[in-house]
Each structure stands twice: as structure tokens, then as C-alpha cells.
Design a protein around this ligand. Structure first.
Ligand SMILES: NC(=O)c1ccc[n+]([C@@H]2O[C@H](COP(=O)([O-])OP(=O)(O)OC[C@H]3O[C@@H](n4cnc5c(N)ncnc54)[C@H](O)[C@@H]3O)[C@@H](O)[C@H]2O)c1
Ligand SMILES: [Zn+2]
Length: 709
């Protein structure tokens, strides 16, 4: 998060005029049917570009410009608001937040007594008008001065009761949104009725709220974030609710925001208090950031979207004195969080088979950065899901990711279709073993079940780069597995002649040739045997490196994650995965050992021998490359160093890398083994992520090269 977020560069007046037109059209779609062609990041970049151009060329400002207007000036309404429904100004960092708080206190000439912190719900603003406790009218925000009547939505919105617990006359303001479940249900109903899917929960809420006649039912959710006297700011007494002391309009003018929120909840309307991120108050602006981070940390687990955190001066007097600009209140600010949703293209679909035979599709995307990481793959649940959402190759799709959740494709952006999109190929046989697919359930399975894995893993093990056993073609392997003669490739080494001869198409000669080829494979070097195990992430060359480093299978099995990291190209993320997988393969390896398969690498000395004979190339000095924790690794450094490395210049970092046995390089490529990425790492980090290069923080890296610091 930076204080000056990216913006679209606008070079001249013509480009400016075009940008204004694009933004107005996008905002009209966004606040209207919800079907904008831009994702929020792209829209915000464009508007920031427009604003920057206008600062340079005030004489070119067009009246249509979205800057400084509620809803970008793109919507109008015919139901006037008694008090304008405004937008919020933004900050993007801890520093920005503190500056804003300090600015507000300067304006007031005193500290803000109490701050409230609450989630910024990602839906659309609504005014809900209650008279004597009955919900009588729903109005959208519109241009802030007047909105559109959407009272037909009454009854479809959870959290917005048709009758409150008290007979109050009041206007509730809040956000209407769809939870993840409501979104899925709405899309199922909508596509079921033959309409294109909504692209995301926000547009689904916007589109559903405005649609009058709909042949299917949808449900939405309301969260209140404020209350006003219904009959305007100067409404007198006479609307006092039973059970609430005094006169309600006066109370709403005098009570702090946090108490008004508690009162709304008591009346029975939903507030964020019903969620894990309910509003809190604090008195010290320095504590605000902690609350911001707490809410941001819970974001991925919420069942609804938030796009930021709203910080407000809690006290009515502070709010009244600070007042509003034409677009936003001065007593509140939105701390924006990075977008969790982007629009990108679906370039392909891969079908993978899990260990138990589940056949599942995976979307291949045009790489896109979402919430701080570059995404190229996303889950697509199953074939039925693809059909239901009518996804096509070449579609623009909305992709969602937050925190550690697995990225997923939400929906196609149907109005961006060009006609060149093509159907997603659906496999008719198992993509791993070629067996039949059992499609009787939602989740497809290979009819071979776990044998699918056996067939595929034996095929891999006897391949040319592994055990290279001639005479074991795919059909032969299938036959052996089907006949129950083998369940894994270790069983090959104990095959007997008689049962083989009973198999179809197995004569004496081919049987003897096969047995001889299998016998010969027992003498393969460790690197081939290890490669045959099919441990994830260990292809030919990695298997060679592991075998050379450890020299024996025993040493490999005894190695912990730390020991694995001494192997060129194995980092702190991969090492524990390797250890776990090798442990899981213990029964298979035991079988291989028992069958007499070679378990040593010719010519290699293991770590134990090296430790006993430290004479040649003592790692402690690390003077010659090829020794030390970074042996043979090409390492790139980017961003600001921190922790124990904070004071090192780039040059000193490079020297450190070389002392530890590595090669320092300035650009990330497929050959890069490690990227040390500090704060403010930019394009190098993105590139490394795209290439799957291992990334370490300065602190992690310092631990790794501690002996050389
Ligand atoms: N994709 C597009 O084409 C497109 C077009 C226009 C706008 N947008 C998006 O909409 C944003 C601007 O929209 P905006 O002007 O509605 O402002 P906003 O959504 O950034 O902030 C103001 C709104 O926040 C809402 N809100 C949520 N929680 C709140 C809380 N706790 N307290 C007070 N208000 C709360 C209210 O509805 C309020 O009107 C842009 O940043 C952009 O990302 C996207
Ligand atoms: Zn299969």
C-alpha cells in the first residue's frame, strides 16, 4: 500500500476527453445494472489520472468530469434526500491515516475525543425510511442529492426488517450487499432463468435491487451505518419512540455514532456488530492502525466483501463542527484495502487428477495481480459448474482472492464478449490414465479410482528419465495393474514368470525380455531411482542434485528440512514438503530396498563423509563459489533491506551473497534461484512470482546466511 497509488497517464486534451467519457460510462454501468467493464482498480486509476490532468490543465476541465462528485456524477434520481448521501475520501496507508486525523484535529482546534472504526462494506448505499416503526420507502444514493425509489426491494433484504422493535420514525442509512452464499444462489437462479451470470456480489446486489420484475427470487443483506431524523435535520419532537427517552431527532443529533449504532441494533436492524468485524471505538489516533490491521486480517474469512475500513469521529459535536465537503464528510475517512477482485482473461482450462482419482478443472488465466500476488491459476469446481456459469475460453472473468484463500473464478463478464470465445473442452476420458470417467456425481472421478494413480505413477517410474525399463508400454502397465500383479512400481521387481505368462499377449520371449529389463533396472544410479519416486518438484535435474548431495537413500531419508536446503535450488518453502513426501513414501522405498534396488549414487560423497574430511573446500571460508548455503544459486536483491541487513548497501549485499557461495545478479530470470525482496519490492517481485522463483524476506535471508554476516 502506497500513499500515491498508480494512475492512468493522460497525455493530452483528447486523451483527457476520452478518459472522462470512459469513466462516466463505467460509473453509470457500475451504479446502474452493476455491469461495468472496468474493475475497481482500473476505474480508480483512471479517475486519479483524470484528477491529475485537471490539476495541470484546469482550463480543460469538462463539466462531465467524475472528479469531486458523488457516484462520479453518473447517476441521478427523483427522490430528494433530506441530508445529502455523500461518498468518502480515501487514505491508503498508516501514514495517510495519521495525517488525516491530525488534519481533522487541526481543523477542530482540539483532539477528537473518540474515534470509531468499522468495516467499509462493499455494496451500495441505501436510505431506508421508517415511519412509526414501519419500513415505508427504500431510496438509492443516486447523485447524493436525490436517489431512485427501490421500495420494490422491501422484503428481499435480510437485516432490514419491515417492522422495527420500536415505533420509531427514522431514516436508516447503510449498505446493501450480497454474501458469498447469496451471490452463488442469485447466480444459480439467474442463469437457471436463462440470464447471464452476475460478475460479482456487488454487481449482483446493484442489479438485483434495481430490477423490478424478476421471475426468480434473490436475497440480499443490509448493514446499517447511520441514522437520521426522517423528516429532515430540523425535525422537531413528536416522533419520540416508546422506550427511548426524550425526543429522537434530538438524540440523533446529540448521541455519538457508536451509541446510535447500538440503538439501531436494538431496534432490530442489522449492523456490523453482528459480524466478527463489528465497530469499535478508541481515543488515541495512534491506536487506529491496529484496528485497521485487525479488520484487514479478518477480511478473507468474512462471508461478505469489504473494500476498506471506515474511521469516523465518534462524537456528534466533532462531526457537526468538521462538516462536509460537497462530496464527502470531513469527519470520516475510508482506509482503502487492495482490491480482492480483478477482471482478467480465461486463456485455458487444465484437468488434473488427484491422488484419489478426482478429476478437477483448473482455470489458466492471463496473469493478474490481485491482493499483492500475481495469479495465473484459479479453481473451477467441476464440469457442472462450468456449464452452469457458461464460462468460455477467451472470456473476461472476475477473479477473487483474499489473503491465503485459493483464487477462484467468479463469473464471466458477459457484456465483454467478442464472439471469439470458444467452449471449454471437457475430457471424456481420464486425462491421467485414459480410463473412463465416472460423472455420476458433481465431482468427477477416474473410474480407476486409486489405481489411476498407480497406473500413472508406474508409467512415470519406468519412463526414460527414470528407470527406463523397455517393454513396459502403457497398455502393459494397465494390464499388470488390472490383473492385480502390481500396485506400485516396486512390485515390478518381485514379478514372477508364471503369472506373467498367463497374461494375454505375453509369450515366453517377451516375458523373459521384460524380466531381464526389470532386473537390469535394479542397478540404476540413485538419482534415477529417486526420480522414479515422483516426489513433487523433483524432476530429472533436481533428482540428480539431491542424489549427488546425499549420495545414499539412507542419507536422503535421514535429512530434515534444514539439510535439504543445502541442496542447490531447495528453499525453505520446498524443503519441508520434500521431507513430508519422502516420509510418506517410506513403504514404497522399503519395498525397493528389500527387492535389492541400488540405493547409492556412484562417485558422490554424502554429507557425513564430507564432515569427516573437511580438508578440501572447507565451507567455513566459503572463498570459492560452490560452497556455502547459496552454493550455485543466482540471487537477486530488491526493495529496502531490513532487520540485520538494514544497513547493508546493495554492493555489500552482493558481497555477502558471494561469500555464502552464490552469484549476485541484478535481474530476475528463469535462472534466478532466489529473490531477496524487502519492503517496496516492485516489478522484480511480480516477475519472480510469475516465474515461480523462490522469494525470501531480508530477515529470512539473514538467517540463511547468518554464518557469513
Ligand atoms: N468498476 C467501476 O467501473 C467503478 C465505477 C465507479 C465506482 N467504482 C468504485 O466505487 C468506488 C467509489 O464509490 P463511492 O463513491 O460509492 O465511494 P466509496 O464506496 O468508496 O465510499 C462511500 C460509500 O461507502 C459506503 N460505506 C460502506 N461502509 C460504510 C461505513 N461503515 N460507513 C459509511 N459508509 C460506508 C457507503 O455506501 C458510502 O456511500 C471507487 O473507489 C471504485 O472502486 C467502480
Ligand atoms: Zn485415471
Amino acid at each position: 500500500m502506497t500513499e500515491t497509488p498508480a494512475r492512468t497517464e493522460i497525455g493530452d486534451q483528447a486523451a483527457y476527453a476520452a478518459a472522462v467519457q470512459t469513466a462516466v460510462a463505467a460509473a453509470a454501468a457500475y451504479y446502474g445494472e452493476g455491469d461495468s467493464s472496468l474493475d475497481d482498480d482500473a476505474y480508480d486509476r483512471l479517475v486519479r489520472g483524470i484528477a491529475a490532468y485537471e490539476r495541470e490543465h484546469p482550463e480543460h476541465v469538462l463539466p462531465d468530469s467524475p472528479t469531486g462528485k458523488v457516484a462520479g456524477g453518473a447517476v441521478i434520481g427523483d427522490v430528494p434526500h433530506t441530508v445529502p448521501m455523500l461518498s468518502l475520501d480515501n487514505v491508503f496507508s498508516a501514514e495517510g491515516l495519521l495525517n488525516w486525523a491530525a488534519g481533522l484535529e487541526r481543523r477542530l482546534g482540539r483532539p477528537v475525543g473518540v474515534w470509531s472504526v468499522e468495516p467499509k462494506l462493499d455494496g451500495l448505499a441505501i436510505s431506508a425510511r421508517y415511519r412509526d416503526g414501519r419500513l415505508v420507502r427504500l431510496v438509492t444514493r443516486g447523485d447524493g442529492a436525490a436517489g431512485e425509489d427501490v421500495s420494490h426491494g422491501i422484503g428481499m433484504i435480510v437485516g432490514l426488517p419491515e417492522r422495527l422493535a420500536e415505533p420509531v420514525t427514522v431514516e436508516l442509512r447503510g449498505e446493501v450487499l450480497m454474501t458469498r452464499d447469496q451471490f452463488e444462489a442469485a447466480n444459480a437462479a439467474r442463469t437457471g432463468a436463462g440470464h447471464p451470470a452476475f460478475a460479482n456480489p456487488r454487481s449482483a446486489a446493484a442489479g438485483s435491487l434495481r430490477a423490478r420484475d424478476r421471475e426468480y427470487q434473490v436475497e440480499m443483506t443490509f448493514f446499517a451505518y447511520g441514522a437520521l431524523p426522517l423528516d429532515g435535520p430540523d425535525a422537531g419532537p413528536g416522533t419520540a419512540p416508546d422506550g427511548t427517552p426524550g425526543d429522537l431527532p434530538a438524540l440523533l443529533r446529540e448521541l455519538p455514532h457508536s451509541e446510535i449504532m447500538a440503538m439501531i441494533a436494538r431496534w432490530g436492524a442489522r449492523t456490523s456488530a453482528a459480524t466478527p468485524v463489528g465497530g469499535v471505538t478508541c481515543t488515541d489516533p495512534a491506536a487506529l492502525q491496529e484496528h485497521v490491521e485487525r479488520i484487514a486480517g479478518l477480511r478473507a474469512d468474512l462471508e461478505f466483501g469489504i473494500d476498506g475500513i471506515v474511521i469516523k469521529a465518534d462524537r456528534a459535536a466533532d462531526q457537526a463542527e468538521a462538516g462536509n465537503s460537497s462530496r464527502a464528510p470531513r469527519w470520516a475517512i475510508a482506509y482503502k484495502l487492495p482490491a480482492t477482485e480483478k477482471i482478467t482473461r480465461l486463456v485455458g482450462v487444465e484437468w488434473n487428477v488427484g491422488r484419489t482419482g478426482i478429476v478437477a478443472p483448473r482455470a489458466v488465466l492471463e496473469p493478474v495481480e490481485v491482493d499483492g500476488s500475481v495469479i495465473t491459476y484459479a479453481t473451477l469446481h467441476n464440469a457442472g459448474d462450468i456449464a452452469r456459469r457458461d464460462l468460455r475460453i477467451g472470456d473476461h472473468v472476475t477473479v477473487y482472492k483474499a489473503g491465503d484463500v485459493i483464487p477462484r473464478v467468479e463469473a464471466p463478464v458477459v457484456h465483454l464478449r467478442t464472439g471469439g470465445e470458444t467452449a471449454i473442452p471437457i475430457p471424456d476420458v481420464c486425462p491421467r490414465c485414459g480410463g473412463e470417467i465416472d460423472d455420476s456425481q458433481k465431482r468427477w472421478r477416474c473410474s480407476q479410482g486409486r489405481a489411476c494413480h498407480a497406473i500413472a505413477s508406474v508409467r512415470y517410474a519406468v519412463g526414460r528419465d527414470q528407470l527406463d525399463i523397455e517393454g513396459l508400454g502403457e497398455n502393459r502397465i494397465d494390464q499388470l495393474v488390472q490383473a492385480g500383479l502390481i500396485t506400485d512400481f516396486a512390485d515390478l521387481f518381485t514379478l514372477e514368470r508364471a503369472p506373467l505368462l498367463e497374461l494375454e499377449r505375453m509369450g515366453e520371449t517377451s516375458t523373459d525380455n521384460l524380466l531381464a529389463a526389470i532386473e537390469a533396472a535394479k542397478a540404476k544410479p540413485l538419482n534415477k531411482v529417486f526420480c522414479a519416486l515422483g516426489v513433487r518438484g523433483t524432476g530429472r535435474s533436481m533428482s540428480r542434485r539431491i542424489a549427488r548431495h546425499f549420495a545414499t537413500m539412507d542419507a536422503i531419508r535421514a535429512a530434515d528440512a534444514e539439510a535439504f536446503q543445502e541442496v542447490d535450488g531447495i528453499g525453505p518453502e520446498k524443503a519441508p514438503v520434500l521431507v513430508a513426501e519422502i516420509a510418506e513414501l517410506a513403504p514404497l522405498i522399503d519395498k525397493l530396498v528389500a527387492a535389492g534396488v541400488n540405493m547409492t549414487e556412484p562417485g558422490a560423497t554424502g554429507p557425513a563423509e564430507r564432515a569427516e574430511a573437511p580438508g578440501e573446500g572447507d565451507a567455513g571460508t566459503g572463498s570459492d563459489t560452490g560452497q556455502g548455503p547459496l552454493a550455485g544459486m543466482s540471487v537477486v536483491v530488491t526493495g529496502a533491506m531490513s532487520g540485520p541487513l538494514a544497513d547493508l548497501s546493495r554492493n555489500e549485499m552482493n558481497e555477502l551473497i558471494e561469500r555464502a557461495g552464490g552469484r549476485a545478479s541484478s535481474s530476475v530470470s528463469a535462472r534466478t534461484a532466489l529473490l531477496v525482496a524487502g519492503e517496496k519490492a516492485g516489478s522484480k517481485r511480480a516477475k519472480a512470482e510469475k516465474l515461480g522463483v523462490e522469494i525470501a524476506t531480508p530477515e529470512e535471508f539473514a538467517t540463511r546466511v547468518a554464518d557469513f554476516l
